[in-house]
Design a protein around this ligand. Structure first.
Ligand SMILES: [Fe+2]
Length: 263
């Protein structure tokens, strides 16, 4: 959650359940229906299978307890509701423990099309379905472990791997290029832009290139990196990440393909 956020964290009751209002259920439902229509031919099969495995439905905001149970039954992963912005060290620590940290508030209607900070829809609908895929779940855990091991000095570059995979990754499939990144599958504008492909560039995933690519969080992405399989994704994080980051630092960043953010 950003410092300027007008949202407050939602806390669970003593039974571990979160209380969502009928309006929040309706907003979840609208977002769910709209994205599922868009994603039928845009998202990869593993993601769409994951939506079913988690039992996500349009009529109700899902409870984290249910998501947690279904995930742990499939890949041993879990989720943890976090009250607000958490420091990167805690974020990485949780991933290394096979727990995906989730913001638990849901966007209001005025932000139904776009919200900069991650809300529950982005977190659960965007991130959780693929955590039912073992290779993907292994990648996320190993990413967390690597980040914890390498520490702060590597965090900036390391997060680029996360950004261009978990958040904005695409994958080649027999049916064509499909989305798997949470920032794409949970956002109508990003999903449409990524599939239209006229104002962005698709590059084959290459660790060194990813480590040298700057990004902005508040624009439709101008560059996407495309993997060939989730087994490949799992292998990426087993490379010498420390050595690769040191090399990327010495080579320097690619020139940004976007305008600097006005302050
Ligand atoms: Fe995210």
């Amino acid at each position: 959650m950003t410092k300027e956020s007008t949202y407050t964290a939602k806390l669970p009751g003593p039974n571990g359940l979160y209380d969502y209002t009928p309006e929040e259920d309706a907003i979840w439902g609208e977002l769910y229906e709209r994205q599922m229509k868009l994603l039928a031919n845009m998202a990869c099969r593993e993601y769409l299978d994951g939506v079913k495995t988690l039992g996500l439905r349009p009529d109700k905001v899902p409870q984290l307890l249910d998501v947690n149970r279904r995930l742990s039954e499939t890949t041993g992963f879990g989720v943890e509701g976090v009250p607000a912005l958490i420091p990167p060290s805690q974020f990485y620590e949780l991933l290394s423990q096979r727990k995906f940290p989730l913001a638990t508030f849901l966007r209001r209607r005025e932000h139904i099309d776009y919200i900069e900070e991650p809300d529950l829809f982005h977190e659960v609908f965007g991130h959780c379905p693929l955590l039912t895929n073992q290779s993907y779940a292994n990648f996320v855990r190993r990413f967390g472990e690597t980040a914890v091991h390498l520490g702060k000095g590597y965090s900036w570059h390391l997060f680029r791997i996360f950004w261009f995979t978990v958040e904005f990754g695409l994958i080649n499939t027999p049916e064509g290029r499909r989305s798997y990144g949470a920032g794409i599958v949970s956002s109508p504008s990003e999903a449409k832009a990524a599939m239209k492909g006229t104002e962005c560039e698709f590059r084959p995933f290459d660790l060194m290139s990813v480590l040298r690519t700057p990004y902005r969080i508040d624009i439709v992405q101008p560059i996407y990196y495309v993997i060939d399989s989730f087994a490949d994704l799992e292998a990426i994080i087993e490379q010498d990440i420390e050595g690769a980051i040191l090399k990327a630092k010495s080579l320097g960043d690619f020139a940004p393909t976007f305008e600097a953010k006005a302050s």
